[in-house]
Design a protein around this ligand. Sequence first.
Ligand code: TMP
Length: 207
Amino acid sequence: MPKGKFITFEGSEGCGKSTQIKLLSEALIKQGRSVLTTREPGGTDVGEKIREILMDPSHVELTDLTEVFLYEAARTQLVNEIIVPSLDSGHNVLCDRFSESTLAYQGYGGKISVEWIQKIDQMARGGLSPDLTLFIDVDPEVGLKRARASAKEIDRLEEKDLEYHKRVYQGYLELAKKNPDRIKVVDGSKGVQEVHKEILDLVKRIL
Ligand code: TMP
């Protein structure tokens, strides 16, 4: 059986990733393909527990380095427990966030060296790399307003200031520029169906 494809979705808060992942998953299933959708941090029992720690606004004492280790711990668990076995059995895996999130948020947005994160991230991924990464490009100010309007409660990251989220956004653009073959920038300010069509065209090229 041929290996499945590994597709990751990236973007700032409120960029519309979840809607697009759902639409892509439905479209691929309609084509008769096998699809598994997961998310980061999370996707495993251990990872979802780590997510609770990371998203809890009362955890003000978390250090920047602790955050990186927790994201990477959740990642290595997800890669080994779910992603690699699923790809090996021929499923296509759609993942809501992956390595670029840690590089953009904790690296470019926060204070941790991007080079250092890349090293530990490579260990966590065990060499696994996405076949395609879709960066949904939405202005961070617009996205943040959208996320805040729809959130039941504001999590630790949405709480950070606009300057932080602008650095995250610039980080994503830089990462996309450095990896043009794998990371594709999709204009997320267009209508939902238009964005979906663009994503579908990009995905067709790798399937
Ligand atoms: P979500 O809102 O897209 O589910 O993502 C959860 C939050 O976690 C989001 O604010 C981005 C943040 N995050 C990081 O800061 N670093 C990471 O490595 C990952 C995977 C997520």
